[in-house]
Design a protein around this ligand. Sequence first.
Ligand code: NAP
Ligand code: GDD
Length: 352
Amino acid sequence: MKKKKIALITGITGQDGAYLAKFLLKKNYKVFGIKRRTSTINTSRIDDIYQEDTSNKKNNFILKYGDVTDPANINSLINEILPDEVYNLAAQSHVQVSFATPLYTSMTNSLGVINILESIKELRSKKKIKFYQASTSEMFGNHTQKILNEKSNFKPVSPYGSSKVFAYWLTKNYRDSYDIFAVNGILFNHESPLRGETFISRKVSIHVAKKFLGEKKILRIGNLYSKRDWGHAEEYVEGMWKMMQHKEPQDLILATNKSYTVKEFIERAFKEINIKLKWVGKGLKEKAVNSKTGEICVMVDEKYYRPNELHYLKGNPQKAFKNLKWKPKINFNTLIKEMVHSDIAKFENDKF
Ligand code: NAP
Ligand code: GDD
């Protein structure tokens, strides 16, 4: 019988970690996830696949405590598990928060990568371990180029983006210097019902769902005019896996090649609950009212502005299509529909 492949995922409790774990279990992998100790339980995204009984040989999903900033911990876990593939998804992944916590963000997003790559390097005579780094479109910063590709240069505009550029180059350095199969997946924004609640897409879907169920609050929002290339996380984790199965390690973009403003996202989400928004005012005074009733639905709040903004993102996924046969199918409207209806179902029986 063919031996099961072993994957180690950092960032297992996050959006992508959860989708990737489920995807790899379906592909017959044994999956280990690294989870931080937290004062309140934060495994809701993976509770459906978690089994407590680690002595059961049929248990193919195992969680280990750890933190990518702790080299001793990472080294001992990689030595113990001896994975075939490591997917490094762990990050302080919120751009606005990275302005408030630049050092912590860099320790996790950059130095954490060194800890993993060093362990893989030290083990390479014993086992060839493949490495996936969760790189990001945020590395590109503001460009005049309308569609970004793998050759576009990096000019990050946030501590988060800068920390990820460092990690991108480390990944490439270890690949070139030590012949490690190490790849950067340069992923544009991807969302889902499992998206963190403070990212714009989920903040909006939760708000709209609760409004549908009777809540009266106003949605307070920052920059309405930035544009993002939004895809679905479930499709993007398949792209990660495909990058790791390719014969050559290559850094590839995953994106939809479509871009929409935050304002368009909000309009589309409200439309899902049959509210047509009418925008009035400008700048900090801009707001949206229900076009039928005049009720204020959305207001701009300076609190959500960032010290610097990445205004526009659109990626060209042609290379991934050509080399991996990876192509996103879920479009902007379908993504928003799924997120809003999932949150309506989630909050239907809750009090909020
Ligand atoms: P997410 O939901 O914020 O998840 C981040 C994960 O990293 C969580 O499990 C978190 O654990 C864990 N983590 C944070 N600091 C850690 C540390 N020091 N040690 C170990 N684990 C740590 O992020 P995501 O949306 O799934 O994104 C996954 C990765 O892709 C991230 O690296 C992100 O930067 C990158 N990325 C995301 C997108 C996107 O649009 N989603 C696009 C491009 C790149 P806790 O639950 O304990 O906080
Ligand atoms: N989060 C948030 N909250 N963003 C807001 C808000 C708000 O209230 N109001 C406006 N925005 C704008 C932000 O200024 C940004 O231009 C856009 O909405 C998207 O913000 P996020 O959803 O926080 O995502 P992001 O693009 O900054 O970063 C995400 O995508 C990157 C890939 O491009 C994260 O997932 C990163 O980890 C990822 O690398």
